[in-house]
Design a protein around this ligand. Structure first.
Ligand SMILES: C[S@@+](CC[C@H](N)C(=O)[O-])C[C@H]1O[C@@H](n2cnc3c(N)ncnc32)[C@H](O)[C@@H]1O
Length: 335
């Protein structure tokens, strides 16, 4: 019964086109989970690792309510999986999901759409109670026939076993502007171990520098029911794009060694800046191919204000530094 209900919901997510359809289908998924879950999610198991903060089980459960995020990731993963199944009709598909949280939101709903004999999933989380919750859901929904393995470990140091050749790896462990959570440390560790033809989702995270008026920028604030699609938003007209600071993708980790610091060049600060006094960072995510999350469509793509030029007006140039050796953060140097 639950499997059937989940299948209807996930199909409505995949078929959704307008923002209101996407919102409605994601809300249905959220209610589905909340109705069938039999345990409460712990909110005291937030874990600090070298590379960022792993959310508590309760914080991770709440991510399902970042509606466009949830819908876009599920659509992207569905598209990637469909591609893999078509391209390798004889083969079983191996999936690694790093940071699955208590709902395994980005893979569990999709399982009923695929042949259980051809799919193997390794689900990783640092929080045991999240994995227990996933195990519970698997039994309640009736997905025990799928080949699912749950591993309590740190995804930043996890070594993929030699006999598990990953076709698709997934990790959504990020906060806006790549602050706080360990997306980069996890992606680096996993991507380095993937076969070259494997897909990693998200395929690309782009961080842009702009001078703008932060308070006038679109941002998804407290009420997720007021989520807007990018095309419905009014862009702030005086925003000045400065540069793309970096693009995180498979190629990035093939180029970079184990450096946990990324520095930009120096950028000239404008002399007159009353229309754009804030030095801000903007995040865009390419989940898979044409499926993207743009600025302010989700919490994880909200803009981030690093500093106001009113506070640094005696300097003429700024350099930005991203450091993810501990909790990922941005800082700046002035010249
Ligand atoms: C932002 S939540 C997302 C949960 C779920 N994937 C979703 O999309 O709704 C990130 C999850 O990754 C887990 N996580 C973060 N860092 C981790 C690490 N280093 N190793 C294993 N799990 C980690 C957290 O415990 C949390 O459950």
């Amino acid at each position: 019964m639950y499997k059937q209900e989940l299948t209807i919901i996930v199909k409505s997510i995949i078929d959704s086109n307008t923002v209101s359809e996407q919102l409605e289908s994601a809300q249905q998924l959220s209610c589905f989970y909340k109705n069938i879950i039999s345990c409460t999610h712990s909110d005291d198991n937030e874990t600090l690792v070298n590379g960022g903060v792993a959310l508590s089980s309760s914080g991770a459960a709440d991510c399902v309510d970042d509606y466009l995020r949830t819908v876009s990731f599920i659509k992207g993963i569905h598209k990637a999986l469909t591609r893999l199944f078509i391209n390798s009709p004889e083969k079983s598909i191996n999936i690694l999901y790093a940071g699955c949280g208590p709902y395994a939101t980005l893979i569990l709903p999709l399982l009923p759409l695929f042949d259980k004999g051809r799919i193997s999933v390794v689900l990783i989380d640092i929080n045991r109670s999240s994995l227990e919750s996933v195990q519970n859901l698997v039994s309640t929904i009736g997905l025990e026939d799928y080949n699912l393995q749950m591993i309590e470990t740190n995804a930043i140091t996890y070594k993929i076993p030699d006999d598990f050749k990953v076709d698709l790896a997934i990790s959504e462990t990020m906060h806006y502007a790549l602050t706080r959570e360990p997306q980069i440390a996890i992606s680096g560790n996993i991507i380095k171990q993937l076969p070259c033809e494997a897909i990693f989702i998200p395929q690309e995270i782009r961080i842009d520098l702009a001078y703008t008026f932060f308070d006038y920028e679109q941002s998804l604030r407290v009420n997720v029911n007021e989520v807007k699609g990018y095309k419905e938003m009014q862009p702030y007209p005086h925003k000045v794009f400065v540069d793309r600071l970096f693009t995180i993708n498979k190629e990035h980790f093939e180029r970079e060694n184990s450096n946990s610091r990324i520095e930009s060049t120096f950028y000239t600060l404008p002399d007159i800046f009353e229309n754009y006094p804030d030095v801000c960072l903007f995040t865009e995510i390419k989940i898979f191919e044409d499926i993207e999350l743009q600025t302010a469509e989700s919490y994880i793509t909200n803009p981030y204000c690093l500093v106001s030029m009113y506070g640094i007006k005696d300097y003429s140039e700024i350099k930005l530094v991203y450091d993810f050796s501990e909790i990922p953060k941005w800082s700046y140097q002035l010249k």
